[in-house]
Design a protein around this ligand. Structure first.
Ligand code: CTP
Length: 394
């Protein structure tokens, strides 16, 4: 089951950055529930968080919570960690001094889960002795503080007090939750996305692979401490953090890029939807309708190299190679065939068709190895990526 982060948002200009924190936590496979102070709602609408988290957003202590008259207690028990980001000087002071006069501070007092605070305020407020004293008291009690950054502040002052980068806040939460860093020192190669095979100067053969699965794999491995090279065909996704990304177009380019790094890898995951064939001839101009060019009506195809099968064949004993098999039928049987023919250690079989597979955010899968198979329920591609690496490491 997903761990729950109870995210407290307080009344600060940086409240909008909490949206990015929500996204980062979700990407790491965590469930996020938001509690806002009344002042926070002056800066950002609860609807924003409701939409991002798909969870109710709590504000008032006495507001109706569905089926729950003692909301601060149920919230405090639900949390695996309480994160307050941004945390104003006022809320920081209240928590340090045991004041619980709204839903967020009563929840923070009631919880037995670890607490992480990311302060954000004006530099003079930050440097004020009271704030510094409060920070010290909290740190002594084991509260994790994600220290504020220095720089230009919303009020025009320059100095310390700016909310830490969302990525650093997320990292601290993962640390506190002991989200694994068990792939440290491992070198991982991942292929992702489609390949495109040109027909003429403006046309190509391709497929609708979104690259989401491969990017989730690369991100998961990097989050767990691995050194990751992601070789991807054309997709509309941003580079994952801490990942070396090589962008290619054709299957041959993908093959060359993988071939250059495979020998040094410990784990290679082939999730790209590689075009099996390419046009034998690429016409270097645009084919025109009405011409008597043979290439207009007939495309002769030649087979592309099978990247997984080639790497599978040359892998050494301590390398682990994983392939994917997106299948409309007989998923396990087809995956097992690919396990053998492509010399893989694991094939992740995916049922595709209708709304499943390409472009979706969730994935259903069966992990097929020579020892058996393990059926996984439908889950986010990021969660599936983690389950795949769990299986490899075990
Ligand atoms: N693969 C690859 N290079 C290719 C074709 C496929 O690396 N030229 C990899 C894919 O990344 C995936 C696995 O092989 O990990 C299976 O891909 P898939 O397209 O399902 O297999 P094919 O061998 O093309 O079989 P078919 O299309 O007949 O199902």
């Amino acid at each position: 089951m997903k761990k729950t982060v109870l995210l407290g948002v307080t009344g600060c200009v940086a409240a909008y950055k909490a949206c990015e924190v929500v996204r980062g936590l979700q990407k790491a496979g965590l469930r996020v529930k938001v509690v806002m102070t009344k002042n926070a709602t002056e800066f950002i609408n609860p609807g924003q968080f409701r939409a991002l988290t798909r969870e109710p957003v709590a504000v008032g202590t006495f507001d109706d919570a569905p089926g729950d008259p003692i909301h601060h207690i149920s919230l405090s028990k639900e949390a695996d960690v309480v994160l307050i980001a941004p945390c104003t000087a006022n809320v920081l002071g209240k928590i340090a001094n045991g004041i619980a006069d709204d839903l967020l501070t009563t929840t923070a007092m009631a919880t037995t889960a670890p607490i992480v605070l990311a302060p954000a305020m004006n530099v003079n407020m930050y440097e004020n002795e009271a704030t510094q004293h409060n920070l010290m008291i909290l740190a002594e009690r084991g509260v994790r503080i994600v220290d504020a950054d220095s720089g230009y502040l919303a009020c025009g002052d320059v100095g310390k007090g700016r909310l830490a980068e969302p990525a650093d806040i997320v990292k601290t939460v993962l640390d506190v939750l002991e989200v694994k860093r068990d792939m440290r020192g491992k070198r991982v190669v991942v292929t992702a996305g489609p390949t495109v095979e040109p027909i003429d100067a403006v046309r190509y053969i391709s497929n609708p692979s979104s690259g989401k699965m491969g990017f989730a794999l690369a991100e998961a491995a990097a989050d767990r401490g691995a050194d990751v090279v992601l070789v991807t065909g054309p997709v509309g996704l941003d580079d994952p953090e801490d990942v070396e990304v090589v962008r290619v177009k054709t299957a041959q380019e993908m093959f060359n890029a993988v071939d250059g790094v495979f020998a040094d890898s410990d784990i290679a995951v082939f999730s790209a939807a590689v075009s099996d064939f390419r046009p034998e001839q690429v016409v270097d101009r645009k084919l025109k309708k009405g011409s008597d060019d043979d290439a207009l009506t007939t495309i002769k195809l030649v087979e592309n190299p099978d990247i997984l099968a080639t790497m599978g064949e040359k892998k050494h004993a301590d390398q682990y190679v994983i392939g994917f098999a997106a299948e409309t039928e007989n998923v396990v049987e087809n995956a097992r065939k690919k396990l053998e023919t492509k010399h893989a250690d694991m094939i992740v079989g995916n049922p595709v068709g209708e709304s499943k597979g390409f472009g979706a955010d969730d994935n259903e899968a069966v992990l097929v190895t020579k020892d058996g198979e393990s059926h996984l329920e439908s889950m986010s591609k990021r969660a599936l990526a983690d389950r795949i690496f769990d299986a490899v490491l075990s």
